[in-house]
Write a protein that binds this ligand. Structure first.
Ligand code: GLN
Length: 485
C-alpha cells in the first residue's frame, strides 16, 4: 500500500492499531521524497536522521499504549518556523547558515503531540511573493503541472502535501500565503484568526498580519492540527487568551440554516470563467444543503492591495533591519569599515523582491511621508475591517474564490510585481481584517489545474469555517484527486 497517500487521521488509525510502524511510515515518506522532490523541489532541508530518531521514539510510545494525537505522524515545516538545531533559511541567502537555538511554540506543541519532522520547506524569500520563485534555493514546481508555480509564499508547504511528500505541513500567511498555494495545489489551507496561534519562533515578515496555519489533505486533518497549534502563549503577547474549542467537533455534514454572504466585489466582470463557474457551483451546493445565501458588499475591497503594500512593507522594513551581518546569518567578507560591512551584507544577502519591500516600507515610514502613506493606510485598514464586521453581522460566513486564476506558468509574472501582487487580491483583505479563512479544493480548470474556494469567518470562529468546509468536502470529490507524479 502507498502509505504516503493517506491522510493524518487515516495514518493515525493504522499506527494505533500497529498495522504499520512509525519508522516504516517515515521511511516510506523519505522514499517518496527521493522519488519526486527532484522535480517538485518542495524541500530546502531534509532532516532524515532526526526524523528517524523521532519515529523510533514514537514507535516505543505507541507500543506502550500512549495515545498522543500525532504520535508517529510525519510533517514538514515552512522554512521560517524555527526548529531547534535545524537550519532555518527563510528562503534567503541572508539566513542560509542560521541555526535556531530554540523551537517555535507551534513546533514545541507538535513535538509534544508526537509528530515527526521530515524537514523544512521552500518558500518565497522572507515570505514575500505569491509563486515561490523568489527563493534563494530555486523554484518549487506545482505537482499538477511542473511548468507552473505552486503559489506562494508557502509554495513548498502546499506542493509537499499535494505531492504526498508529507502527511501535512505548516505554512504562514501574511496576505494569502497559506490559502493561495493551497488553492493552486488542490489542498486545504487555513489562516487562523490573528492571535489564535502563537507567532513565537516564526520569523517576522509583517507582525500585525502574520499567522501560522496548517496545510493538509482534508478538512479533518486541518481540525486535528488546529487543536494542537492554537492557544494563548505567554511568549507571544499578541496571542489571544480565548479558549480553544475541540475543532474536530465541528466536522459535521450540516449547513442547514447557515447564513452565507457572497461579496459582490469579489465577482466582477472579466474574472476567470473557470474560477467563477467552480465557485458559483459551490454556492449552489451550499444552497442545496439548506444554507441561506445573501448578497453582501465589502465596499473598500478595491483598496486592499494598496493598503497592504504600504503596511506590510513598512513592518517588513522594520523587522528586517536586524539582518546586518552582526546578529544572525550571513556576513560579507568585505569588512573595510562597519557601515560598509552592513551595506554589503544587506546588498548581497537579500534578493530583489525583499529589497523592493524594504525600500517601499522605509519610504512610507519616513518623516514627511508617514502621514500621507502609513497613517492613511492604517485608516483604510480600519475601514476594510469594518466592512467585514458589517457583512459578518448579517452572515455566518462569506464565500469567495481564493485566487483569481489557477496556477500560472513559472516566469509568467516574475518581472511584473504588480501582476504578481494582484494574485492575492481575494486573500489580502482577510489579513488586514484579522479574520480567519480557509481554502478548500472546489474544481479543476480545463487544463486540469486545481481551483480553490475561500470561506471567511468571524474572529475566532474557525469552527464554522471547518463545519462549512467539511460539509462541502463530504459532498464533493475534488479533495480525493491526486496529481500524477
Ligand atoms: N503574496 C503576498 C506578499 O507577497 C503575501 C505573502 C504572504 O502571505 N506571506 O506579500
Amino acid at each position: 500500500m502507498e502509505l504516503y497517500k493517506l491522510t493524518i487521521h487515516e495514518l493515525k488509525e493504522k499506527l494505533k492499531k500497529q498495522e504499520i510502524s512509525a519508522k516504516e511510515l517515515t521511511l516510506d515518506f523519505f522514499k517518496r521524497i527521493e522519488r519526486v522532490d527532484k522535480d517538485v523541489h518542495s524541500f530546502i532541508t531534509i532532516t532524515k536522521n532526526d526524523a528517524l530518531k523521532q519515529a523510533e521514539e514514537a514507535e516505543k510510545r505507541i507500543i506502550n499504549g500512549d495515545n498522543l494525537p500525532l504520535l508517529g505522524i510525519p510533517l514538514a515545516i515552512k522554512d521560517l518556523i524555527c526548529i531547534k538545531g535545524v537550519r532555518n533559511t527563510c528562503g534567503s541567502k541572508m539566513l542560509s547558515n542560521y541555526i535556531p537555538p530554540y523551537d517555535a511554540t507551534v513546533i514545541k506543541k507538535l513535538r509534544e503531540s508526537g509528530a515527526v519532522f521530515l524537514g523544512k520547506l521552500n518558500m518565497d524569500e522572507f515570505a514575500m511573493g505569491s509563486s515561490t520563485e523568489t527563493s534563494h534555493f530555486g523554484v518549487t514546481r506545482n505537482p499538477w503541472d511542473l511548468k507552473t508555480i505552486p503559489g506562494g509564499s508557502s509554495g513548498g508547504s502546499a506542493a509537499a502535501v499535494a505531492a504526498d511528500e508529507c502527511a501535512g505541513s505548516l505554512g504562514s500567511d501574511t496576505g494569502g500565503s497559506i490559502r493561495q498555494p493551497a488553492a493552486m495545489c488542490g489542498v486545504v489551507g487555513l489562516k487562523p484568526t490573528y492571535g489564535r496561534v502563537s507567532r513565537f519562533g516564526l520569523v517576522a515578515f509583517a507582525s500585525s498580519l502574520d499567522q501560522i496555519g496548517p496545510i493538509t489533505k482534508d478538512v479533518t486533518d486541518t481540525a486535528i492540527l488546529m487543536n494542537i497549534i492554537s492557544g494563548r502563549d505567554p511568549l507571544d503577547s499578541t496571542s489571544a487568551d480565548i479558549p480553544v474549542p475541540d475543532f474536530t467537533r465541528s466536522l459535521r455534514n450540516d449547513v442547514k440554516g447557515l447564513k452565507i454572504g457572497i461579496p459582490k466585489e469579489y465577482f466582477v466582470e472579466g474574472m476567470d470563467v473557470e474560477v467563477e463557474k467552480s465557485v458559483k457551483d459551490a454556492i449552489e451546493l451550499f444552497k442545496r444543503f439548506g444554507a441561506e445565501i445573501k448578497d453582501v458588499s465589502l465596499p473598500h475591497a478595491d483598496y486592499a492591495i494598496s493598503t497592504y503594500y504600504v503596511i506590510a512593507p513598512a513592518e517588513a522594513s522594520s523587522n528586517l533591519a536586524r539582518y546586518d551581518g552582526v546578529k544572525y546569518g550571513y556576513r560579507t567578507n568585505n569588512r573595510e569599515n562597519l557601515l560598509g560591512m552592513y551595506k554589503k551584507t544587506r546588498q548581497d544577502g537579500f534578493g530583489t523582491e525583499v529589497k523592493r519591500r524594504i525600500m517601499l516600507g522605509t519610504y512610507a515610514l519616513s518623516s514627511g511621508y508617514y502621514d500621507a502613506y502609513y497613517l492613511k493606510a492604517q485608516k483604510v485598514r480600519t475601514l476594510i475591517k469594518k466592512d467585514f464586521d458589517e457583512a459578518l453581522k448579517i452572515c455566518d460566513i462569506l464565500l469567495t474564490p481564493t485566487a483569481p486564476t489557477p496556477a500560472f506558468k513559472i516566469g509568467e509574472k516574475f518581472d511584473n510585481p504588480i501582476q504578481m501582487y494582484l494574485s492575492d487580491i481575494f486573500t489580502i483583505s482577510i489579513n488586514l481584517a484579522g479574520v480567519p479563512a480557509i481554502s478548500i479544493p472546489c474544481g479543476f480548470s480545463n487544463k486540469g489545474l486545481p481551483i480553490g474556494l475561500q470561506i471567511i469567518g468571524k474572529h475566532f470562529d474557525e469552527e464554522t469555517l471547518i463545519r462549512a468546509a467539511y460539509t462541502f468536502e463530504q459532498n464533493t470529490d475534488y479533495h480525493t484527486k491526486n496529481p500524477e507524479i
